[in-house]
Design a protein around this ligand. Structure first.
Ligand SMILES: O=P(O)(O)OC[C@H]1O[C@H](OP(=O)(O)OP(=O)(O)O)[C@H](O)[C@@H]1O
Ligand SMILES: O=c1cc[nH]c(=O)[nH]1
Ligand SMILES: [Mg+2]
Length: 211
């Protein structure tokens, strides 16, 4: 499993603003979109391409285009939905599927309450979007599900991760062909399994419940 923290001054600046308790939902949504756009540049580095013959106004040349099958972007509802626009801005031809997953805040069990994906994922490069990798339970479950459905490669894009979550992911699905791109790895999880220092509940902050 490849793990890369994308280091860039704009990512560090925007992430700091995102974390601040006084950042309102509308600004939080805008920053999330901008951060995903920056992260997706790195995260799409291994996307498959093929040569294409084109004519410029001056000459014929061999250019490059994305190879089929189309990449599939899968936000994990709810919070992952906040990352979708930033990603499709960069890969407008991608297909989009949805996984609705929530962790029970008492037991930390993962409930998959929605699934709307293409029937056959064979050979597909899937980009999973979820801002928070805390205990890793949600992402491990999502990766297992997508791989079982035939995905050839899974690239996960998260804003923040706890070291405990990365280790769990490595232990449970690290032998599958997966990559993880992050804006930062934080210090630890607290007693409620929230990321410290983190940014709080990403879904609540995106959709106004934290204000
Ligand atoms: O790594 P884990 O310990 O599994 O926690 C991470 C999950 O928690 C959050 O979602 P949440 O369950 O709060 O659902 P929401 O997006 O609807 O708020 C987050 O968006 C991840 O999906
Ligand atoms: O810190 C955390 C952990 C899980 N989910 C969140 O939204 N935030
Ligand atoms: Mg939540």
């Amino acid at each position: 499993m490849r793990v890369q923290v994308v280091e860039h001054p704009l990512i560090a600046h925007k992430l700091t603003h995102l974390r601040r308790v006084e950042t309102t939902s509308n600004v939080f949504r805008e920053l999330t979109k901008e951060l995903v756009t920056l992260l997706s540049y790195e995260a799409s580095g291994s996307i498959a391409t093929e040569p294409v013959e084109i004519q410029t106004p001056v000459a014929q040349m061999t250019g490059t285009r994305l190879a089929g099958p189309k990449p599939l972007v899968v936000p994990i509802l709810r919070a992952g939905l906040g990352m979708l626009d930033g990603m499709t801005a960069m890969i407008p031809t991608a297909e989009v599927g949805f996984l609705g997953m929530a962790r029970n805040e008492e037991t930390l069990d993962i409930v998959t309450y929605a699934e709307r994906l293409p029937d056959d994922l064979t050979g597909r490069h899937v980009f999973v979007l979820d801002p928070m990798l805390a205990t890793g339970g949600t992402l491990a479950e999502a990766v297992r599900f997508l791989k079982k459905a035939g995905a050839a490669k899974v690239t996960c894009i998260c804003l923040l991760a706890a070291p405990e979550g990365i280790e769990r992911l490595r232990g449970e699905v690290g032998d599958l062909d997966i990559e993880l791109y992050l804006a930062a790895i934080d210090e630890k999880l607290n007693e409620k399994s929230y990321i410290v220092p983190g940014l709080g509940d990403a879904g609540d902050r995106l959709y106004g419940l934290a204000e």
